[in-house]
Design a protein around this ligand. Structure first.
Ligand SMILES: *[C@@H]1O[C@H](CO)[C@@H](O)[C@H](O)[C@H]1NC(C)=O
Length: 256
């Protein structure tokens, strides 16, 4: 994980440098914002409104109904929902890698409830405006924690296999190839991989994944290089592992 995180963090640093430079040269924020997506796409932040809509529409309309009994699914939907709409540093406390994973069901339930209560996705702008206004307070709710053992090792192994395939299998029919999908999926992988190895996952590390389009892509690239998925499948298949220890051992390349 260190090299994966180092890549993201250095790219995130590069992005703030670019932004600072633009300000010094007198470029107004509004023109910078407009140009950032067109002229300088790699440095654009991942969670533009279009990306927020893409993730939250899917979570609200498909994800929540499909994962009513699935603790891993619910935790990751809450995590992805909040990281889409809460800018790093804007809340009462930093959202570290376990801010939802270890606050399930208390905080997770409140986030999913707020997500379900948003207006219909049939009016995209109205939906995104409401999401940015109504969701953030839910993301900081509560103080009850849970341990890794809320999640069955077999289910965790299966989820890791699916996330690994989504970001690394070039032939997969529904890949996580959009930057916001990459940023969130790589975060989920870090969560599960670091938690089974009893490691911390600071907010700065997770925030770095979505700091820019380039960071999301670079992290994905490093992860797929560390644990390749070939035309014959994953070099190290994670599905079928039966204990947290086995998962920690198998995912070690992602933490180096
Ligand atoms: C725990 O969280 C709940 C809900 O946000 C809040 O009402 C309560 O005061 C908190 N308790 C402590 C001890 O912080």
């Amino acid at each position: 994980m260190v090299s994966v995180l180092a890549t993201a963090l250095s790219l995130a640093g590069w992005v703030s440098h670019v932004a600072a430079h633009a300000e010094l040269s007198g470029v107004s924020t509004s023109s910078l914002r407009g140009q950032a997506t067109v002229v300088d796409a790699p440095s654009a932040p991942v969670f533009l409104d279009s990306a927020i809509f893409e993730r939250l529409e899917h979570f609200k309309d498909v994800g929540v109904p499909a994962t009513l009994q699935d603790q891993i699914g619910r935790a990751t939907i809450a995590d992805g929902t909040c990281r889409s709409v809460v800018s790093p540093g804007s809340g009462p406390f930093p959202l570290d890698g376990y801010a939802f994973w270890h606050h399930n069901p208390e905080r997770v339930d409140v986030v999913l409830k707020a997500l379900v209560q948003l207006p219909s996705t049939s009016q995209p702008s109205k939906f995104v405006i409401a999401a940015k206004k109504q969701l953030p307070s839910a993301c900081f709710y509560g103080n009850q924690t849970n341990k890794l053992d809320l999640y069955q090792p077999e289910d965790l192994a299966k989820a890791l296999y699916n996330w690994h395939r989504a970001i690394c299998d070039l032939d997969w029919e529904d890949p996580a190839e959009q930057p916001q999908q990459q940023a969130l999926t790589t975060g989920f992988i870090c969560m599960a991989s670091c938690d089974t190895a009893k490691m911390e996952l600071p907010a700065a590390a997770v925030d770095a994944f979505s700091a820019s389009m380039a960071a999301a892509q670079a992290v994905t690239k490093s992860m797929c290089a560390a644990m390749p998925w070939t035309s014959k499948g994953p070099v190290t298949p994670l599905d079928g592992l039966k204990s947290y220890e086995e998962i920690a051992k198998a995912t070690e390349p992602w933490r180096q």
